[in-house]
Design a protein around this ligand. Structure first.
Ligand code: SF4
Length: 741
């Protein structure tokens, strides 16, 4: 039986409803009592802003000119972020589902039920019958707490985080190549110093908008861009060379580039000899990837591959950046390694304007994977499978080594175990699997079959609707702590207002559940600062060493880059300056990687490649941004981009609604006929739920190392609908009812 008796009623009560800035013209009586310096809750830029507080309420914001990342700039999401704080959809009291409907409950009632059901499930099915899954936009204090809660309060091995859907391929490649996982080896202030930027699978203009500040400074200095992307994105349109490859062929392209660089004598042989391992194997592998071979696989003309290789290889300074476009693949780690090979072969790392980085879509995507909420990890970026690392953390936590569970599995694998009945209960904090995981139909069935599902969130997400208990948590302005932006800079989030209604701080909720489970002595925290102090100790000596940081020091310096091992250490904006890497011998590792196609390739039944991504007006699963009227007005619903040639062949007009189908599901989307996409490829942005969820279609196949799903390539087809010629923007744009938004 469905866990929801009346979806319409849930939507009517909990939204999403649209909320706009209550504009009332000039307000002479406005009395801003405080301007709280903090950071945007959305992407990994973590732009600085002030929240304006009037009579205890957040009524607006101003960008911070003193924060060096954005220097007064904000994108459309950042400008409207404050509208989520007092949004009418905020969850205000605990809810327990009875007969398919949510009923208001007291905190005692809800928490007692959670603890009783957790105990019952574990008594019957063992400790690993419970799983914990949390977000990566949370403060690092909360992400640390979730990892500790799973292992110490519940004693389960099953904990993971939604950065699994984001940066894990890059993280795994960084660890393999450099022995450390810091998304960007350089501060972004290095970007303007590079003669050439090679940006692969990263539509910075939409997903990471304020990075453009640095990119345009580089252009102003005479810099050039090479863009690798199957779509002519707003970023690609600004590039000097656009390599518009077939989705999923990145290894062939990067190997082709390296082939040309070797042929033309553009490698840095001294750097290779002194600081790396594994070059010979890479050289012999890429020997097979002539420009012609790479062109055949990727669809990029050979002469463009040669031109791009020369531009990057001949530049004195150059930087490589990539993002989900190359990482969301069943070969995502290999894709990233292929680009790292380019960096190492040319020795362009560890100096101003010479560097490498991945770009982070989630606000705390970096910090969220440093301190133990990842299935295989312990605080300080330690490995849960390393006996020495286990010992270090058990000493901090005061538990015996036998009581620390082994590594768990990724979230997609956890859901498989839920389907098989091995995991019976789930505690989730601020994530939305009904939009963000691949293969939505299977995810929905899995949630419905769980014995017990608890959600902590501040809005009723599409996933929370399936929960047995919903606990109202806090928005970002109601708590304090730190996050780490995409360049490795730890910044301070400050509190501006109290949680509304009966909502409580997320960290309090978690500690209270632990206390009621009889594990309170391991969670004595009275504030996020207490948790941060424990992170300092737990990370000490690890790769991501925060020991030398203090909240005050972070604020005084506009952020501190890790590692920061001692209180007098200034932090480490640029990694590898001495060309020593984090492997025991100090050398970086090359990895010879061969091209392998995506798990699904087009065939007669499904002749197109579907790729997915983001738009500038929405953030991840849209649970926050789909409630803000200005953002919804700009992009009210998802669409499918189709090349004019493909549209002509199928008899489809711009704006017409079409059915897109894959082996897993289908959805109906307006067609956006555009020359910016390849004829063999279609694109759908993924921020919306069913029936228009891009993830109804995507393939849950995983990269074998990072366990990231293949969001960026699956086989699909487009079907014309009878009477489908409805306008793309129009009725849905201005006239959307609240429940449809
Ligand atoms: Fe927020 Fe990112 Fe936009 Fe900056 S670029 S305002 S951090 S969403």
């Amino acid at each position: 039986m469905s866990k929801i008796s009346d979806l319409g009623e849930i939507i009517r009560e909990f939204g999403p409803h649209l909320h706009d800035a209550p504009y009332d013209g000039w307000r002479a009586d406005r009395e801003i009592e405080r301007m709280v310096p903090t950071h945007c809750p959305y992407c990994g830029m973590q732009c600085g802003l002030y929240l304006l507080v009037e009579r205890g309420r957040v009524v607006g914001l101003e960008p911070r000119y003193d924060f060096p990342v954005n220097e007064g700039r904000l994108c459309p999401k950042g400008v409207t972020a404050y509208l989520q704080v007092h949004h009418p959809d905020r969850l205000l009291h605990p809810l327990i589902k009875r007969d398919g409907k949510f009923v208001r409950a007291s905190w005692d009632e809800a928490l007692d039920l959670v603890v009783a059901r957790f105990r019952e499930i574990q008594a019957k099915h063992g400790k690993d019958a419970l799983a914990v899954y949390s977000g990566s936009s949370l403060t690092t204090e909360k992400t640390y707490l979730m990892g500790k809660f799973a292992r110490v309060a519940l004693g389960t091995r099953y904990v993971d985080y939604n950065g699994r859907l984001c940066m894990v391929s890059a993280a795994a490649a960084n660890l393999k190549a450099f022995g450390v996982d810091r998304g960007s080896a350089n501060p972004w202030s290095d970007i303007p110093l590079a003669e050439v930027l090679l940006i692969a699978g990263a539509n910075c203009a939409e997903t990471f908008p304020i990075l453009n500040k640095f990119l345009w400074q580089q252009r102003d200095n005479g810099g050039r861009w090479i863009i690798v992307d199957p779509r002519q994105t707003p970023t690609a349109r600004q590039g000097d060379i656009h390599l518009q490859l077939k989705p999923g062929t990145d290894v062939a392209l990067a190997n082709g580039l390296l082939h040309v660089i070797i042929e033309e004598g553009l490698t840095d042989d001294e750097f290779i000899a002194d600081h790396t391992v594994g070059w010979d194997e890479v050289r012999s592998t890429v020997a097979r990837y002539t420009p012609q071979v790479a062109a055949e696989i990727t669809g990029v003309p050979a002469e463009r591959i040669v031109a791009a290789a020369r531009l990057y290889g001949r530049a004195r300074t150059a930087m490589v950046f990539h993002a989900r476009g190359i990482e969301h693949h069943s070969h995502g780690v290999n894709n990233a390694l292929a680009y790292i090979n380019l960096v190492l072969a040319t020795g362009k790392i560890g100096a101003p304007g010479r560097g490498y980085g991945t770009i982070t879509g989630q606000g705390n995507g970096q910090g969220g994977r440093e301190h133990g909420q990842k299935a295989d990890q312990l605080p300080g970026q330690r490995s849960i499978s390393n006996p020495e690392h286990r010992r270090a953390i058990c000493a901090v936590w005061g538990i015996s080594e036998e009581d620390l569970p082994p590594a768990g599995v990724s979230v997609v694998e956890m859901f498989e175990r839920m389907r098989r009945g091995e995991i019976r209960g789930l505690l989730s904090l601020c994530n939305n699997v009904m939009v963000s995981l691949p293969d939505t139909n299977t995810v929905r069935r899995t949630l419905e079959e769980l014995d017990f599902y608890v959600c902590i969130d501040f809005f009723m997400s599409e996933s929370a609707r399936y929960a047995d208990v919903v606990l109202p948590g806090t928005a970002w302005s109601e708590d304090e702590g730190v996050t780490t932006n995409g360049e490795g800079r730890v910044v301070k989030i400050n509190r501006a207002n109290d949680p509304p209604g009966e909502a409580r701080h997320d960290w309090w909720i978690i500690c209270e559940i632990a206390r009621r489970l009889g594990r309170g002595k391991y969670f004595p925290f009275q504030s996020p600062r207490d948790i941060f102090e424990e992170i300092r100790l737990a990370s000490r000596g690890g790769n991501a060493d925060y020991y030398g940081m203090a909240w005050e020091k972070i604020e005084q310096n506009n952020g501190i880059f890790w590692p920061c091992p001692t209180p007098d250490h200034p932090g480490t904006p640029r990694m590898f300056e001495d060309h020593r890497f984090y492997h025991p011998d100090g050398r970086a590792r090359f990895h010879a990687v061969e091209y392998e196609p995506p798990a699904e390739t087009p065939d007669e039944e499904f002749p197109l490649i579907l790729t997915t991504g983001r738009v500038v007006y929405q953030y991840l699963s849209g649970n926050q941004t789909r409630r803000i009227k200005f953002l919804v007005d700009q992009c009210p619903e998802p669409y499918v981009e189709i090349h004019p040639e493909t549209a002509r062949r199928l008899g489809i007009q711009d704006g017409e609604r079409v059915r897109v189908r894959s082996r897993r599901g289908e959805g109906i989307f307006p067609a956006l006929v555009t020359e910016t996409i390849r004829p063999d490829t279609i694109f759908i942005p993924y921020h919306w739920p069913e029936p228009q969820a891009a993830n109804l279609l995507t393939n849950p196949v995983l990269d074998p190392v990072s366990k990231i799903p293949e969001f960026k390539a699956c086989a699909a087809r487009i079907e014309k609908l009878k009477g489908g010629a409805l306008p793309l923007y129009g009725a849905t744009r201005k006239g959307a009812s609240q429940s449809e938004a």
